[in-house]
Design a protein around this ligand. Structure first.
Ligand code: PAF
Length: 307
């Protein structure tokens, strides 16, 4: 695996693929990450390796998607382990730029102080995750646009766990006519507990990880109530979570039952007749979970089910 750090190095490699890799017909798959790779990333990378002649992975902890109050400094960084995993999978290129490469004018966390071009997908970015993280999707859209412009992949893979991120990025690519197809891959869950894998799970002790698995248990209970009213679905989820709210482990940020394309809240939830049919509705949530080993640690976890 080649490890590249600059835009010029990646461009040179990409131009070689076009010139020497089968007359421009060789496809390049891309997986953007912030490192601390786990089985969820592995599934995206494996799919890219299967579908394409070449696979590029980026590792860049993107400052512009963190608010000044969020965990940018604390965000887990495990570059050596990540490289070992990428080599063992057979990835061709790791692109690991520094902040200066990605943001030549610097990137202060305070939005008022930021300079340079930024990408905003209006409408989709302000709802759900965007309510508590107002500049999050602006940061994500900006960095992904930059990465796509650098790598020029044919296909880019993103996880369903960050479903709103996928919908924002897919809209960005379609409406800014970016010549890359985006593919959404299913959520990878802990086999026993069903907890969605996330780099932020690392912040939690064993006991809190077990408690966290009730997030998915609640959503599944909600799914069982599809066909009933929106209120019934909401209540069935809250009933599962109530003991953990009462114990102070959970604080619910939101539960959403929204249209898969527009993310607008819906009153009725039509069932999907086949699994190949595009989902109608996303049942999603964000929960603040207090770590039992260290009550100063509060981790915001998201999860969703497609209906
Ligand atoms: O999902 C992530 O890890 C990040 O939001 C992404 C897409 C790599 C952009 O920084």
């Amino acid at each position: 695996m080649k490890i590249l750090h600059t835009v010029e190095e990646v461009r040179e490699w990409r131009n070689n693929v076009i010139t020497n890799g089968g007359g421009g017909g060789s496809s390049v798959g891309f997986v953007a990450t912030m490192g601390c790779l786990h089985e969820g990333h592995k599934s995206l990378i494996s799919q890219s390796l299967k579908d394409n002649e070449f696979t590029v992975v980026s590792i860049f902890v993107n400052p512009s998607q963190f608010a000044p109050t969020e965990d940018l400094d604390k965000y887990p960084r495990t570059m050596d382990e990540d490289i070992t995993m990428l080599v063992s999978l057979g990835v061709n290129i790791l692109f690991a730029p520094n902040a200066h490469v990605m943001y030549p004018q610097g990137i202060p966390l305070n939005v008022e102080e930021q300079r340079g071009p930024f990408v905003t997908v209006l409408g989709l970015s302000e709802m759900l995750e965007g309510k508590t993280r107002p500049n999050f999707f602006r940061g994500v859209a900006t960095v992904v646009m930059k990465l796509l412009n650098i790598v020029s992949p044919n296909v880019a893979y993103f996880g369903q766990k960050d479903i709103q991120q996928f919908i924002v990025l897919d809209t960005m690519c379609k409406e800014l006519f970016v010549n890359t197809k985006l593919v959404m891959m299913p959520i990878i869950r802990d086999e026993k507990s069903g907890l969605a894998l996330s780099s932020r799970n690392k912040y939690l002790c064993e006991e809190s990880l077990k408690i966290a698995s009730n997030i998915y248990r609640g959503l599944k209970e909600g799914q069982l109530h599809v066909g009933r009213s929106r209120e019934d679905i909401m209540k069935s989820i809250e009933d599962v979570w109530q003991p953990f709210i009462d114990s102070g482990d959970f604080e619910v940020d939101y539960i959403s039952i929204a249209d898969f394309k527009t993310l607008k809240e819906v009153d009725t939830v039509p069932t999907r007749t086949t699994t190949t049919q595009t989902p109608n509705v996303v049942l999603s949530c964000a929960i603040y979970l207090k770590d039992r080993a260290n009550s100063n640690t509060v981790v915001r976890l998201i999860d969703n089910i497609l209906i």
